[in-house]
Design a protein around this ligand. Structure first.
Ligand code: KG4
Ligand code: ZN
Length: 342
């Protein structure tokens, strides 16, 4: 039988606080990408409240999916498969997307493909960079994960480095709270840093003994807290913008040096960034500069494809689909799913 040329996938993402659905053609062409963010709601509590997230997902998911189908101008009959994030993430939040995807798969007789959330973040790079193909090194920096990954092939990953404590995004969020910027911290630190001096305070750049690609961000977070306390004790005013910019530089310095070293050591021809923190403007420009020096082509998605979305899940689902990966109607949410596990 001749292989169908156009594969249309409806993708669903609900692992944290965005209810998202997208229709993606052949893994790289986004026909629609609908994101319903709950940020305003969780801001009231200073962070994501898991039960509220699940309840909002269940209220919104059908509308979000309908919107994604409408914007793409397709119906369920036009689709070839359903892709859904089944881990890692908040279990109650994941279950909403998984149950929805299973119901659609059953009713519309469509193959079901469970996708790893981080595989989605990495695959976001394929959408705007049509020339990007594995192998490449990828720095995945999100609110829950900080990984250095060697992408050997589509769906084939080797994690060579990870954080020993906080994820990079988590550190941004905690420091933002400490200096009074509130939630979500990453984008706020990014913004106020533009008015600050990144060399005003020297915060530590942690190295993990014997693990050159691992990260540790709890030290820099404590150093920021100590600095603030020290200033308060001396009756000195704290400069929010200087602290934000100095913290951001300390984190980005480590992310850039580890990622570039990894790409070189593993002889990877390209380097990509993925995850919410990959939209950080300082990280992007510092990485650009380092990659230019080392002559390593650098790839990163537009900010809207860096933070949680379903288009990235559709991209990842397509390559899983091509490999013949299919999940049964017994698919469950796996909150601590490991990358590369099926
Ligand atoms: O990938 P993502 O949307 O969700 C997870 O899978 O965790 O990442 C969210 C994280 C949050 O910690 C947020 O503060 C951070 O990404 N983030 C940023 C920026 N935009 C989002 N961090 C630094 N700079 C940004 N511009
Ligand atoms: Zn994410």
């Amino acid at each position: 039988m001749e292989e169908k040329k156009e594969i249309l996938i409806l993708a669903i993402e609900s692992s944290c606080d965005e209810t998202a659905a997208a229709v993606v053609k052949n893994g790289r062409e986004v026909l629609s990408n609908v994101i319903s963010s709950q940020i305003d709601l969780h801001t009231l509590y200073g962070g994501v409240v898991p039960e509220i997230a699940s309840r909002k997902h269940i209220e919104r998911i059908n509308y979000v999916i309908q919107e994604a189908l409408d914007q793409a101008n397709v119906t369920l009959k036009d689709l070839d498969a359903i892709g859904v994030t089944y881990g890692p993430g908040l279990v109650g939040a994941l279950l909403v997307g998984v149950a929805e995807a299973k119901a659609i798969s059953y009713a519309a007789k469509l193959p079901l493909i469970g996708v790893h959330h981080i595989e989605g973040h990495i695959s976001a790079n394929y959408i705007e960079h049509k020339d990007l193909e594995p192998p490449f090194a990828c720095l995945v920096v999100s609110g829950g994960h900080t990984h250095l990954v060697i992408v050997r092939d589509y769906g084939e990953y080797e994690i060579i480095g990870r954080t020993r404590d906080d994820a990079a995004g988590e550190a941004f969020d905690k420091v933002a709270r400490a200096i009074g910027l509130g939630y979500p911290g990453g984008p706020k630190i990014d913004r106020v840093s533009k008015e600050g001096n990144p060399d005003a305070v020297h915060f530590p750049r942690a190295k993990v003994e014997g693990a050159p690609y691992d990260f540790s961000f709890s030290g820099v977070k404590s150093a920021v807290l100590n600095h603030i306390n020290g200033c308060r004790m001396k009756g000195e005013e704290i400069c929010q913008a200087d602290i934000a910019a100095s913290f951001q530089k300390a984190v980005c310095d480590v992310l850039v040096s580890h990622a570039v070293e990894a790409a070189k050591d593993y002889h990877m021809p390209k380097l990509a960034l993925a995850g919410g923190v990959a939209s950080n403007s300082a990280l992007r420009s510092m990485m650009e500069e380092a990659c230019r020096k080392e002559k390593i082509p650098l790839y990163y998605p537009s900010p809207i494809l860096c933070t949680d979305n379903a288009a990235m899940i559709g991209a990842a689902a397509y390559y899983e689909y091509r490999k013949g990966v299919r999940h049964g109607l017994d698919l469950n949410a796996v909150p601590n799913l490991k990358l590369g596990e099926r």
